[in-house]
Design a protein around this ligand. Structure first.
Ligand code: SF4
Length: 229
């Protein structure tokens, strides 16, 4: 397998906060060998209103790169691990953040273990992620988590019922700021990092202004739509 160019990216929104991104395709992807892979195995209601299946994420160059990222991890996990470790170990990364999965999720246990190992080996970098792989995290991560690996469950998935809404750090997507406040959640809109730094365990994300998604959600949160299922 050939090395890819820089694995971690930054956009203008995340740069001021020192956040780097790693992305794979949202929900599912077809690899060049014809094999289909579910990249968000426990996605539920979120799949119909997924920002990462909309807009610029559908540009052919973006889709191709996310698929190439996925193929790299699947076909050459040790090569990918070595390259990611090298990037995260670079002096410019000290004190910075890696958001694992701007799109996609932990699609296998082996893949999650690679990330945990990278976090253990690079204590000067903070990793964080939203995930719907609740049972896997409760089994593997919850009781033995590297200090610099932060996560929160995100509602709208098939394993929502496993999330303890009082004890587990989690996020839900709300129609607007007022709805977040009314539900007693803490708003993370000002910075993505608030997802892991706010003292509240209940993180509220205001919905994107994408008309067809707003129509589908009809004033409900991701968690509410999932519950109705
Ligand atoms: S888990 Fe996240 S990336 Fe995957 S389909 Fe749901 S919202 Fe999209």
């Amino acid at each position: 397998m050939v090395r890819l160019d820089r694995l971690l990216t930054q956009n203008s929104e995340l740069r001021p906060d020192g956040i780097y991104n790693w992305s794979i395709p949202a929900l599912a992807a077809k690899l060049s060998n014809g094999k289909n892979i579910k990249t968000c195995p426990n996605a539920g209601a979120c799949a119909n209103v997924c920002y990462a299946r909309n807009g610029t994420y559908n540009f052919s160059n973006v889709k191709a790169r996310h698929t190439a990222n996925l193929e790299y991890v699947i076909n050459d996990p040790q090569g990918w691990f070595a390259q990611m470790l090298e990037e995260v170990n670079h002096p410019r990364m000290r004190g910075k953040y890696v958001r694992i999965h701007d799109s996609g999720d932990f699609f296998s246990e082996d893949y999650l273990l690679l990330w945990l190992k990278i976090a253990l080996l690079t204590p000067d970098v903070t990793f964080y992620c939203y995930t719907k792989e609740v049972s896997m995290f409760k089994r593997i991560v919850e009781y033995d988590c590297p200090k610099n690996f932060r996560y929160l469950y995100s509602l709208g998935g098939r394993e929502d019922y496993l999330i303890d809404l009082e004890l587990d750090r989690h996020a839900d997507v709300f129609p607007d700021d007022a709805a977040i406040l009314e539900a007693g959640y803490a708003n993370q809109d000002a910075s993505d990092l608030l997802a892991i730094t706010l003292t509240s365990n209940k993180i509220g994300i205001p919905q994107n202004n994408i008309p067809q998604f707003r129509k589908r959600l009809a004033g409900r949160t991701f968690g509410e739509v999932q519950k109705e299922r």
